[in-house]
Write a protein that binds this ligand. Structure first.
Ligand SMILES: [Ca+2]
Length: 345
């Protein structure tokens, strides 16, 4: 290599390093709080979207019981980060059970093994060689927010147990959290507001209604991705095919996990719950929002875990706070961004 060429290369490397440094400075710092399970589950697809998006800097992943046990969330998250070659992102174990919700006979027949004590099954390719960090998710959230006051967004895409416990543990924490992004709830006062766990309750909020009520009433700015808007999303074979047409370790995992499903039923289409919450954080212009007061029914009974939203406060909801509630999405633009990011090398 001639000297001028070598110099050009080193200047190129310098410019690239500078660009990466600037990007890291301007990227949104997030804590990814999740009831993770490997693809096709939505948390995994949302994490892949997040790690492939330079707009986000993931400070850590914190796990919680929800779709499955906290232990499974932890081992599956570690494995997906290993496949994505992002073992630099630390994983912290969070709450193993909701604050108060008891395992019932009914719960064990429904979606969600949040109540399970079973050891986690090996993820695809076996358990990751890296282990979770020492210390709890709650400690990590508190420490990280205190070290970066006003800068950290908590992307909470599972039951809100970890976030509520951190808020309860550390007085003054709420004022230092920049925003909480929540996938959860179904708002009956907006179109398409039925629940998916009980007639009116959405799964994440229903698993830990007491935690959700604490978080919604905390005063932290909240962006909410409820079922009303996720029902406008569909991950179909058309988009799966575009993803697996590109060969990376991540797309190979998606092919391994989702290929047999689409082979059995090419017409299947799943909602993109957590993916949309992360997508709207990356690009808020993808969604339309309305400011609503949000409160959660935390009394056991037929409405346990129902998320209620209204334009004005109502009797019984005194003290509830407003959240920015998503009710519509430019799905075409969102899915193209999703496929573009997930297929990045
Ligand atoms: Ca989730």
């Amino acid at each position: 290599m001639s000297l001028p060429l070598a110099r050009a290369f080193s200047i190129g490397a310098f410019v690239l390093a500078l660009a990466q440094a600037v990007e890291a400075q301007t990227a949104q710092k997030i804590i990814f709080d999740t009831d993770f399970v490997v693809p096709p589950q939505d948390d995994a697809m949302a994490l892949i979207l997040a790690v492939k998006s330079p707009e986000l800097q993931i400070l850590g992943v914190t796990t919680v019981a929800g779709n499955d046990s906290m232990e499974r969330a932890t081992s599956d998250a570690l494995r997906v980060l290993e496949i994505a070659a992002r073992t630099d992102i630390p994983v912290y174990k969070g709450a193993n059970l909701p604050m108060r919700h008891e395992k019932t006979e009914w719960a064990t027949t429904m979606h969600g093994r949040w109540w399970s004590d079973d050891p986690p099954p090996p993820p695809p390719g076996g358990f990751a060689s890296k282990h979770p960090e020492a210390g709890t998710a709650m400690d990590f959230i508190i420490r990280t927010v205190n070290a970066n006051p006003g800068q950290v967004v908590i992307a909470a895409i599972g039951p809100l147990t970890n976030v509520a416990m951190a808020l309860r543990y550390e007085p003054g924490l709420a004022a230092k959290i920049k925003r909480i992004v929540i996938m959860g709830g179904a708002i009956a006062s907006l179109p398409d507001g039925a629940g998916n766990m009980t007639p009116n309750a959405e799964f994440n909020i229903w698993v830990d209604p007491e935690a959700a009520r604490i978080v919604f009433r905390s005063g932290v700015p909240i962006s909410l991705t409820p079922l009303n808007v996720t029902r406008k999303t569909k991950f179909s074979k058309e988009w799966y095919d575009k993803i697996v047409a590109v060969d990376t370790p991540i797309t190979a995992l998606i092919k391994d996990r989702m290929g047999p499903m689409f082979a059995r039923d090419p017409t299947r289409a799943g909602q993109m719950y957590d993916q949309l919450a992360i997508g709207a954080l990356i690009d808020p212009t993808l969604v339309k929002t309305v400011e609503l007061y949000i409160d959660v029914e935390d009394h056991p009974g037929p409405s346990y875990g129902v998320t209620v939203g209204g334009p004005k406060l109502w009797e019984g909801a005194e003290g509830a706070r407003q959240a920015s509630v998503q009710y519509d999405v430019d799905f075409d633009r969102f899915i193209r961004m999703f496929v573009d990011r997930v297929t990045r090398k």
